[in-house]
Design a protein around this ligand. Structure first.
Ligand SMILES: Cc1cc2nc3c(=O)[nH]c(=O)nc-3n(C[C@H](O)[C@H](O)[C@H](O)COP(=O)(O)OP(=O)(O)OC[C@H]3O[C@@H](n4cnc5c(N)ncnc54)[C@H](O)[C@@H]3O)c2cc1C
Length: 473
């Protein structure tokens, strides 16, 4: 079978990897100049840098097997330290009771416990929103301190407008009680997860570069710098796609089956003949959040020990800071400098999305100084990467629009949608890889419903997970 895969991120590459094993002829198209999608690793001088923090963690044995096959001994275990910066203090994340108590103070801690108990006696009767869902499990005080400001930075809308589905997908199984028991040493799985994660020696993109190398070796095609501009259809089938090459020429490509990890909304809008007006309207109602990554090169080797920090403080706009020095020594070679990645989230229509590079580097420099993470005089370089459509926004009501698209797209017999953009799901790499793998298996006659992958996911901070060491076993 000839199969065209749209997008060379984790979903597309793992799909192509499995299709290759199954003996199909595969062509992958991606508009980017390198593989890996949001999980690629970029080169800057001597540094290899990811697009923000990208730890590897998977509950699914298939995903762990794929990582193991392609990375082998290059998949390393990295000690984990992540903290929350709030109110000029650092709180361990997941929370450790003594540290939280010391930082909050006795009075605020008692209020938090009281508020938690109150939420047990008088919970919100409905759990439609993120605010209600989290407050019912942690109490309003802890919700305000440890969930609200960060979540609103990520999503750009009040927590009262974010669908509870997002919370249940991402923090399912984690209760205050479990967190406290675990932090006091009573937990098993959670502790191991919190202490370490797996990560490729040369950055997360290494996994997808390895797949690209294998595909090239077996005679398959990975066409980078090739943007999919049109998808043609007739009856219930996709009949071909138009792809724009770097020199601007557009060519028609045909296959027996198509697997798409490009944004669901764009896919629907690029169909020829056009999708029905109600489907187009639904695609326009779904929103994505964008990310601006500001990379700051600091002329010091030891800034802080965390892999990344969550910045909950509402007086700064930055949301997360990654310190690549604490991931893998092979990311920075002999350099004695540190590269930090500072994340800002926004919508495409926000002014900050168009802000010049120097302005963003200046903002990150000021905010890093304000939080005491580094001194401006130690900063020797800075640059930005703009990432459109990084987070599908689970705004209350989004599901109705998504269902319209799903119902329409299910009508195409030879098209499957996979991935974070492709299914409008808040996927991590493991979920995207699993979707890609299952899409390939569907072409071998299996019957997986890809729209269901990740809906009942056990959140990877939860206690029942295997040790990250198992991926290296
Ligand atoms: C800041 C940040 C931190 C993250 N942290 C983690 C983490 O710690 N652990 C983890 O597992 N995951 C993490 N993730 C999520 C992870 O990056 C994604 O789950 C994963 O990359 C999704 O893979 P995908 O293949 O579904 O989509 P993508 O990686 O988005 O790939 C889609 C591909 O489609 C291509 N494309 C789009 N439009 C077209 C077109 N018209 N024509 C051709 N190609 C096109 C894009 O260029 C891209 O390469 C993080 C993501 C972000 C943004």
């Amino acid at each position: 079978m000839r199969v065209i895969v749209l997008g060379a991120g984790p979903a597309g590459m793992s799909c192509a990897y499995e299709l290759d094993k199954l003996g199909h002829a595969v062509t992958v198209f991606d508009k980017d100049k390198q593989v890996g999608g949001l999980a690629k690793t970029i080169q800057h001088g001597p540094f290899r840098l990811d697009l923000g923090p990208h730890r590897f963690y998977a509950l699914d044995p298939v995903v762990n097997r794929i990582w193991q096959e392609i990375l082998g001994p290059d998949l390393r275990v990295v000690p984990r330290l992540t903290r929350i910066y709030y109110n000029r203090r650092f709180f361990f994340y997941p929370l450790r009771p003594f540290n939280a108590l010391m930082n909050l103070g006795v009075w605020a801690s008692l209020v938090a416990v009281g508020s938690y108990l109150y939420s047990k006696v008088a919970p919100f009767p409905r759990e439609d929103t993120f605010e209600e869902w989290v407050s019912n499990r942690f109490g309003r005080q802890l919700y305000r301190r440890f969930f609200q400001s960060y979540t609103e930075k990520v999503w750009g809308i009040p927590c009262g407008e974010i669908a509870a589905e997002w919370a249940s997908q991402r923090i399912q199984g984690l209760s205050l009680w479990k967190a406290v028991i675990n932090a006091c040493g009573g937990g098993t799985g959670l502790k191991t997860l919190v202490d370490a994660f797996t990560y490729p020696r040369l950055g997360t993109g290494m996994a997808y570069e390895r797949i690209r190398d294998r595909l090239t070796k077996t005679g398959q095609t990975v066409a980078l710098n090739h943007e999919v501009v049109t998808l043609y259809h007739a009856g219930n089938r996709i009949t071909g796609i138009d792809v724009r090459a770097p020199d601007g020429t557009v060519s028609r490509q045909e296959a027996d089956a198509y697997v798409a990890s490009i944004p669901l909304t764009l896919l629907v809008q690029r169909l020829d003949p056009p999708a029905p007006p109600a489907v187009i309207a639904a695609s326009q109602a779904l929103r994505f959040r964008n990310t601006i990554l500001v990379y700051i090169v600091v002329d010091r080797p030891d800034l802080f020990p965390d892999n990344w920090l969550y910045i909950h403080a509402p007086d700064v706009a930055m949301g997360r800071v990654t310190n690549f020095r604490n991931w893998s020594p092979d990311l920075y070679g002999d350099s004695a400098q540190t590269v930090l990645c500072v994340e800002y989230w926004c919508f495409a229509e926000d002014a900050i999305w168009q802000a010049p590079e120097a302005e963003m580097v200046g903002l990150a420099t000021r905010e890093l100084a304000q939080t005491g993470l580094c001194r401006p005089e130690d900063i020797v370089d800075g640059f930005i990467v703009r990432l459109p459509r990084t987070y599908p926004v689970y705004q209350v009501g989004y599901r109705e629009h998504l269902d319209v698209l799903i119902a329409y797209l299910r009508g195409f017999a030879n098209l499957q949608e996979i991935g974070r953009y492709g299914t409008y799901k808040y996927n991590n790499q493991d979920h995207s890889i699993l979707m890609g793998y299952l899409a390939a298996r569907n072409l071998a006659g299996e019957g997986h419903d890809l729209w269901e992958v990740n809906t009942d996911t056990v959140y990877y901070e939860s206690g029942d997970a295997p040790s990250p060491g198992t991926a290296n076993a």
